[in-house]
Design a protein around this ligand. Structure first.
Ligand code: AMP
Ligand code: ZN
Length: 466
């Protein structure tokens, strides 16, 4: 079976291959950097990472662009309140965002681009729209005339037939029921940052950013445009109007949207005390990979209900996978192959891939792996697992980890490298051999202090991180 995704544009699951058969050109709406990303934002970015990784696992290359929104109403408000420049607000949060996605093992897109570094591209797009009569000016600002774009509403599947002609909006966040002529270029306001350009002194609206940057790096028709579900309307509808208004070509072949994350069944809010950043959760002692697992394990088109119990369960799931991997690496098995296990491993591998191909069904994909782990553990306990089965089981875990990336623990800054642990374990074994139990015990204590737990088995000593 082939790779397929739910496409918001067609409202169905469609087979996917990149237009050139080789490289997937994808654009994802990035963060607005005026605060730390919350775990809802991070769910959307984790989904984009899973999408990217599975596309690559399936043998395609990616040209993946993410924007950094470093100018908008909220950023300007924050800069004015603190009486500092835009960069003074945005750069620290941009750095924090990059740190957060690195801890969550979200791969860096091939290109990360800042809106403020693409003002000329936005201006020329607006000029292109103006040349086609799709814009008008009012009080020095420039608006998109949506009555000139008959396809308006095709992404959100809204019938805007009854829209009020000429109703304008010059803020970037507006209600989701009504279509409005939206602002492309905002006239300079006293005290606000602005750029002197051929279309006047001012600053861009939010929607034009993404059209300009996406087309600059990816061409007129992208393979995939992705983001959170809330961006479907108006943001992505407006991106289509801007891009297709100028090029006359489809802007993106696939539109893929991730459902929202809720906390304890409701909206996250600071006043309810259930608003979390990754830093909050790590500060409470949770690992970034447990957060990653939790965000990735629910298929992206399902609502995700974040709870602390769910986070603990995610950590336990990772623990089970790691323990299984440790057994495969350190247990001593009888020679030969157990044909039943060989078949189960091959079936689980096929099921994993089929589930991922099926619109990234991460829950079913993990289900196939866990069923194999459970059954195999039982067979191992009974002595039925053979040395010739190790490779296939490792191959299944490796395939899972290409996407989920949770097997390797995040090392604390003061923790020991694997090779250093191996050396200390060897030194302890040597001490035991010479019956120097005091030294052996102190080495064990030293390792425990660094978060390393030893287990003496009949096959020798194995260790894991706490
Ligand atoms: P922003 O930084 O506000 O521009 O948002 C960055 C991304 O997070 C966008 O793709 C949003 O759609 C997404 N997003 C915002 N809130 C949530 C949420 N509660 N759950 C999942 N994604 C969200
Ligand atoms: Zn965007």
């Amino acid at each position: 079976m082939s790779l397929r995704f739910y496409n918001t544009l067609t409202q169905q699951v469609d087979d996917f291959v990149p237009a050139d058969g080789k490289t997937v050109r994808m654009y994802v709406c990035g963060p607005t950097v005026y605060n730390f990303a919350h775990i809802g934002n991070l769910r959307t970015f984790t989904f984009q990472d899973i999408l990217r990784r599975w596309i690559r696992a399936r043998g395609f290359e990616t040209l993946h662009v993410m924007n950094i929104t470093d100018v908008d109403d909220k950023i300007i408000r924050s800069a004015m309140q603190q009486n500092v420049t835009l960069e003074a607000v945005t750069r620290p949060f941009e750095t924090a965002f990059l740190e957060d996605i690195a801890s969550l093992r979200i791969q860096r897109p091939e290109k990360l681009v800042r809106a403020t570094e693409h003002i000329p591209e936005m201006v020329s797009l607006i000029e292109g729209l103006a040349a086609k009569g799709m814009t008008y000016e009012s009080d020095g600002s420039i608006y998109y005339r949506i009555s000139k774009f008959p396809d308006y509403g095709k992404l959100s599947h809204n019938d805007f037939g009854g829209m009020i002609a000429g109703a304008r909006v010059d803020v970037d966040e507006y209600d989701k029921e009504n279509a409005r002529d939206f602002v492309l270029w905002k006239h300079k306001k006293e005290g606000e940052p602005s750029w002197p350009t051929s279309i006047g002194d001012g600053r861009p609206g939010w929607h034009i950013e993404c059209s300009a940057m996406a087309m600059k790096y990816l061409g007129e028709t992208l393979d995939i445009h992705a983001g959170g579900i809330d961006l479907t309307f108006p943001h992505h509808e407006n991106e289509i109007a801007q891009s297709e208004g100028v090029t006359g070509k489809p802007f993106a072949r696939f539109w893929i949207h991730a459902e929202h994350l809720a906390v304890d069944g409701g909206k996250m809010s600071k006043s309810l005390g259930n608003f979390y950043t990754l830093r909050d959760l790590v500060g409470m002692g949770h690992t970034p990979e447990a957060v990653r697992y939790l965000l990735a394990a629910v298929p992206y088109r399902n609502k995700l209900n974040f709870t602390m119990d769910g986070l603990k369960a995610a950590a336990l799931s990772i623990e089970r996978l790691r323990n299984f991997e440790l057994r495969l690496k350190t247990d001593r098995f009888a020679e030969g192959v157990n044909d039943d296990i060989a078949k189960r491993a091959a079936d689980a591998f096929t099921q994993f891939e089929a589930a991922m191909d099926d619109d990234l069904n991460t829950a079913n994909a993990l289900g196939a792996v866990f069923e194999f782990v459970r059954e195999t553990n039982t067979i191992m306990d009974a002595g039925g697992f053979k040395a010739g089965n190790v490779d296939a089981a490792m191959k299944l875990l490796a395939r899972m980890d290409v996407v989920f990336d949770v097997l390797k623990p995040t090392l604390a800054e003061d923790s020991l490298a694997d090779s250093a642990v191996d050396e200390l374990v060897a030194a302890r074994n040597a001490a035991k051999k010479t019956r120097n139990f005091a030294l052996a015990d102190s080495l064990r204590a030293e390792l425990l202090d660094k978060g390393i737990v030893l287990e003496d088995t009949k096959e020798g000593t194995r260790w894991k991180r706490k």
